[in-house]
Design a protein around this ligand. Structure first.
Ligand code: HEM
Length: 230
């Protein structure tokens, strides 16, 4: 019964909260659909922490698509051995994970130590950084430490097929029963994080700036060169 709750009911509940919350926020709270930058208050650490996190999370996302969405048979069909796949996943995923975690730690320390940034940050901001740090931290531990000190766990035979089965509404929850605890914790905390997205600045994940290229250019003038005419 517990397996049905955690690997069927919980994922669908959290994703439903995410979708309905996003639709509600888009329909009735559009003005809050942004992640205003705090670079006005402090630039140096933001320019290190933010790119580290954002480029790292994009790499990790690509790694998740390669590991959870693309079936292992596809790689075997290409002649890529499981061993070679895992070497790539550990090195590529490891780098991505370290970038995400390092970026988040820098952004968190900045949020705590820079007064105007701390004052501007609300509970949801601290929750988001700490929740991401937990999910990414467990993920990076799995990729770098668990896979090299315990076993290179073949999640493409269990977590991957289960994850894909959710999309066709035929959840194969039995595949998750033998998955190592740390992997289960990572996946469940990720789904809990999905449910929190509509209530935080993470909504900006879904702001696809497709209109940006067509936007009229914004002109900036430096204050010092601006001379009052006449
Ligand atoms: C907010 C969502 C998530 C974040 C931020 C996240 C983050 C990470 C990070 C940083 C890593 C280590 C780097 C890497 O291997 O790519 C990782 C590994 C992993 N994640 Fe996630 N993850 C998320 C959601 C998920 C979900 C939904 C699943 C499964 C359905 C998942 C399964 C895994 C697995 C199996 C690994 C280990 C990969 C390996 O050992 O090669 N993650 N995750």
């Amino acid at each position: 019964m517990a397996d049905i709750f955690w690997w069927v009911i919980f994922p669908y509940i959290t994703v439903t909260i995410m979708i309905l919350g996003l639709l509600y926020r888009y329909a009735f709270r559009q003005l809050t659909w942004a992640a205003p930058s705090t670079n006005f208050f402090e630039k140096k650490w933001l320019r290190i922490g933010s790119p580290l996190f954002h480029y790292g999370i994009v790499l990790a996302f690509i790694g998740h698509v390669m590991g959870m969405v693309i079936p292992m048979e596809f790689y075997q069909g290409l002649g890529i051995s499981d061993h070679l796949y895992h070497i790539g996943a550990i090195w590529g995923g490891g780098l991505a994970g370290l970038m995400v975690v390092a970026g988040l730690i820098i952004l968190l320390i900045r949020k705590i130590t820079i007064d105007p940034v701390r004052i501007k940050a609300g509970f949801a901001d601290f929750f988001t950084v700490l929740a991401l740090l937990f999910v990414a931290g467990t993920g990076t531990y799995m990729t770098i430490i668990f896979n090299t000190t315990v076993v290179a766990y073949e999640y493409r035979e269990t977590i991957g097929p289960w994850f894909r089965s959710l999309f066709v509404f035929m959840p194969k929850y039995e595949l998750m029963s033998g998955v190592p605890f740390i992997f289960k914790l990572h996946v469940l905390s990720a789904f809990a994080l999905f449910a929190s997205i509509p209530f935080t600045k993470l909504v900006h994940i879904f702001s696809f700036p497709i209109r940006y290229p067509a936007r009229s250019p914004q002109q900036y003038r430096s204050r010092s060169n601006y001379r009052r005419q006449g």
